[in-house]
Design a protein around this ligand. Sequence first.
Ligand SMILES: Cc1cc2nc3c(=O)[nH]c(=O)nc-3n(C[C@H](O)[C@H](O)[C@H](O)COP(=O)(O)O)c2cc1C
Length: 174
Amino acid sequence: KAQSRAERIVNAMKHKILIAYFSHTGYTATLAKEIADLTGGSLFQIQPVDDYPEDYRATVDRYKEETAKHLRPAVTGSVRDMDQYDVLFVGFPNWGGDLPYIVYSFLEQYDLAGKRIVPFCTNGGGGIGQSFILLQDACRTARVMKGFACNGRQAVDQTDALREWLSGLGLLKE
Ligand SMILES: Cc1cc2nc3c(=O)[nH]c(=O)nc-3n(C[C@H](O)[C@H](O)[C@H](O)COP(=O)(O)O)c2cc1C
């Protein structure tokens, strides 16, 4: 059933929303900022203590080492009072069909029991891979909702698609 504008606003206001994202080359950041605008949520950038190299091949090498050794790269900063949020968007680039391991480092810092987790992902053409399923595995006490994905190069062009997705989740501000 379609919601009226007033119903949508009331609905969105019921939620306290955090949009946490990791972005190496800026595509996922583009989506994150737009989602913050459309939902009224707060942004948190997941940043590694040791930044990934600018060079693509060097980043792939580090990604390979992290996944082979199941490393948990250290994250800078933390979310103040995660308990206040009932909806947690988690944004990331598809790295090898999985979440970048820095995102696991971030998630494992918090008790996410009972939260609604909403994934979004940019990619180079490989879609979401296994990432949304692996996210649910990593956050067993939370509920992973319908996610959003697009090719990173088209991230700047997703306003209509983002609106439709967020409206379906009842999280569009207006
Ligand atoms: C280490 C690494 C692994 C990647 N693996 C994949 C992949 O398996 N499938 C895919 O479609 N894109 C892959 N990509 C491309 C990124 O997902 C894509 O460029 C994404 O939009 C980058 O988002 P960002 O700008 O937020 O970092 C990979 C990129 C890197 C650096």
